[in-house]
Design a protein around this ligand. Structure first.
Ligand code: MLT
Ligand code: MN
Ligand code: ZN
Length: 309
């Protein structure tokens, strides 16, 4: 199974168009230790020919132009794409807007939770993807599913599970508990190569660790995990936005409630932070924080990272 990180940044990417924080200035100035990042998405394939996207970011077009495996090959028909399916972990703009790039008459399947499909159905702009060519398939929690699209079986099994999170920003109900979030609004994925049995986890958004995650991830060979923020208050402290990590539905890396601590006893073989917000100090490879996470056995995802499992 091949895995390629198309994008490793959080919503807005790095640098973000309107952000003038120290990190964004540094990456714009090509300061050593900083690399730009597009918005988070993975491409996965069992055979190297047919691909599944995990989330479709607004940067998809740019990501595909850097990934020869994901564009039509010279011998293909005049309209062609190796991408046969897209699975969505939630309905956030940075995870669904790339579907619009995949207009308009190319067959592939979209897999998502019921409420994310409802959000796509409720927004007429997504009908640019012709419904008879681009079916929207509902993911049932904890039910492994063989992924197919454009009449091709990808040889990949997807298991979707609910993780603590938050409903998409544009769907928030200010008067409801946790803004109207329900189980299934934020998913984690276990992706398995049906033939070889190799598997990994993709969890780009997670608000909190719980026992079910501990049991699930114990001794996993590879986990991509929510690396949005290092500190709960870093957006506030940098004057970027008045929101904490928890308010945004992301647990932070540092501290007693953070993901670094949560993974300490899990014996995960390879763990990679992804969905990195531009405020995160680990984006500076010469920072104290980068040294801390790497000393704890973490990698910090870069766009273009390729893994063979
Ligand atoms: C998030 O990950 O919290 C979202 O991408 C936020 C947003 O939609 O701006
Ligand atoms: Mn996001
Ligand atoms: Zn910034």
């Amino acid at each position: 199974m091949w895995i390629r990180v198309l994008g490793s940044g959080a919503g807005g990417g790095f640098p973000q168009w309107n952000c003038n924080c120290a990190n964004c200035q540094a990456v714009r100035g090509q300061t050593p230790g900083f690399s730009s990042r597009t918005q988070s998405s993975l491409a996965v394939s069992a055979d190297g020919a047919s691909w599944l996207l995990l989330n479709a970011s607004p940067d998809l077009r740019e990501q595909l132009s850097k990934t020869p495996q994901l564009v039509p090959a010279p011998g293909d028909s005049v309209r062609a794409s190796p991408i046969k399916a897209v699975a969505l972990t939630n309905g956030d703009v940075d995870h669904v807007a790339g579907l619009l790039t995949m207009r308009e008459a190319q067959p592939f399947s979209v897999y998502a939770a019921r409420r994310v499909i409802d959000a796509l159905n409720a927004n007429p702009i997504f009908s640019i993807l012709q419904p008879q060519l681009v079916p929207r398939v509902e993911l049932q929690l904890e039910h492994p599913l063989e992924i197919s699209g454009a009449q091709i079986d990808l040889g990949l099994e997807l298991l979707a599970f609910s993780v603590p999170g938050k409903i998409a920003l544009y769907l928030e109900n200010k008067d409801a508990p946790n803004f109207g979030t329900q189980a299934g609004d934020t998913l984690g994925f276990k992706i398995t190569d049906s033939k070889s049995g190799a598997f990994f986890y993709y969890i780009p958004g997670c608000a909190q660790f719980n026992q079910s995650l501990i049991d699930r991830l114990q001794e996993a060979p590879l986990v991509f995990f929510d690396g949005t923020l290092f500190h709960e208050n870093e957006m506030i402290n940098q004057g970027l936005m008045g929101k904490t990590g928890s308010r945004m539905g992301h647990m932070n890396i540092d501290g007693p409630e953070g993901s670094m601590k949560a993974f300490e006893k899990l014996s995960v073989k390879r763990k990679i932070y992804i969905h990195l917000n531009n405020s995160n100090p680990v984006l500076n490879e010469f920072s104290r924080e980068y040294a801390i996470v790497t000393a704890a056995g973490w990698e910090v995802a870069q766009d273009g990272l390729e893994i063979k499992l």
